[in-house]
Design a protein around this ligand. Structure first.
Ligand code: V47
Ligand code: SF4
Length: 369
């Protein structure tokens, strides 16, 4: 195999480890973050992606449902959450959620991505009723719902243990869980930006309990606010440690911070350089998490396409109705058609694979949408 060309020769020992399939450590993570050799780092990550998936790049036909924006946590990086009495606050009834699903019933949607704020007025039965209704109305779609933050909250609401809560939701139709909620696992960042939300230890405890029930979850990292590079590397390695124990993570999604309409609106957007480097470093450090998503909603369609050569193998989904990042100023489209996603992948010289939530190939010959 040809050696990966590196402009920054100090990365040579890391490239050797990558080529030998050896695990990278925290010092390697910091050396990668400190290096300016984006192309060299991307080359290493791309080699891993290519060895694992060849020419394939994944996407899913999905629909987002954000059932309420009322949230008692009020994280300072969030533009989406509202106080209960705000005139922008909304909470959908089960019937309103049903209507949103039914109005797209003719589309071949494979996954419903459902998350919301912590709204003290919703009983536990709202969540089981939602899942039961969805299973009746949209039995072909997998329900990917609730972050570890919501699961922690639902366990309090239900008065059950974490495992019982998840098993009750699983019985009602929950099939996997999105990432989200851990932000950056650092007590310093937690206390400064999201003190009311569960911290690192509880997030890990909830996620481990979910994995014990057999449900897969994703993991994310919100970056580009006040976190340090050491905190980013620490976050990635903490996820890797948990994955060594449970094997329950399916994909990792770096989330670029958008500051508009938040209490942190003075913080500038992340740069393309940082976005691509973060995706590549995630691919290199997270040697046990199968998929790395380039979430086009956060970084834009064009950079997401480019990220397919920096370690990402998945562009997430068609989405249509994204609210959380667009409330915080994202300028990406609100949704993409299947044809657009396929075009993004094909015009990069890769082969689009429409997947279900479990990465089974569901590519169909009928491409009407
Ligand atoms: O948990 C909130 C983040 C997350 C902002 O698992 C913000 O497949 C940027 O987790 N700027 C929700 N990010 C999104 C999420 C996700 C998205 C796509 C796919 C998957 C998956 C998961 O968004 C929140 C929080 O970390 N967030 N506010 C903001 N202003
Ligand atoms: Fe609530 Fe999530 Fe927004 Fe935090 S990020 S305020 S938990 S909706």
């Amino acid at each position: 195999m040809k050696p990966i060309p590196l402009r920054d020769k100090t990365l040579l020992p890391i490239a050797e480890k990558v080529e030998a399939g050896q695990r990278l450590d925290a010092d390697d993570g910091m050396a990668l973050y400190r290096s300016r050799d984006l192309i060299g780092i991307g080359g290493m990550a791309n080699r891993i992606r290519r060895q694992t998936y060849g020419d394939k790049a994944f996407f899913v036909y999905n629909q987002h449902i954000n059932y309420t924006n009322v949230c008692s946590n009020m994280c300072s990086f969030c533009a989406y959450a509202e106080e209960e009495k705000s005139d922008k606050a909304y909470t959908w009834s089960i019937d309103q959620i049903r209507r949103r699903i039914v109005e797209r019933i003719d589309e071949p949607i494979r996954e419903l991505h459902i998350v919301g704020g912590l709204n003290r007025n919703l009983p536990f039965s709202y969540f089981t009723d939602m899942l039961t209704m969805i299973r009746e109305v949209r039995p072909q779609a997998a329900v990917k719902a609730f972050t570890a933050v919501e699961i922690d909250y639902l366990a309090t609401l239900s008065g059950k243990t974490l495992e019982e809560t998840v098993l009750t939701l699983k019985d009602a139709g929950l099939m996997l869980m999105p990432g989200g909620g851990a932000e950056v696992m650092s007590d310093r960042v937690h206390d400064a930006l999201f003190p009311k939300k569960i911290g690192k230890d509880r997030w890990l405890e909830v996620t481990e309990a979910v994995h014990r029930t057999g449900l897969k979850t994703n993991a994310t990292m919100l970056y580009g606010h006040i976190e340090t590079l050491e905190e980013r590397v620490g976050h990635l390695l903490t996820l890797r440690d948990l994955q060594d124990r449970t094997g329950g993570f399916s994909a990792f999604i770096p989330l670029a911070f958008h500051s508009a309409n938040t209490k942190l609106s003075h913080i500038p957007s992340t740069t393309a350089f940082d976005d691509l480097k973060t995706i590549a470093i995630a691919r290199l450090l997270l040697d046990n998490i199968p998929h790395i998503k380039a979430y086009w909603v956060m970084i834009g369609e064009k950079l997401a396409q480019t990220a397919l050569f920096f370690g990402a193998d998945d562009l997430d989904g068609t989405i249509i109705e994204e609210r959380i990042t667009h409330t915080a100023g994202a300028t990406s489209a609100k949704g993409l058609t299947r044809n657009t996603m396929e075009h993004m992948i094909r015009s990069a010289g890769l082969v689009p694979v429409e997947r279900d939530s479990f990465y089974n190939d569901v590519t169909r010959p009928d491409k009407e949408a």
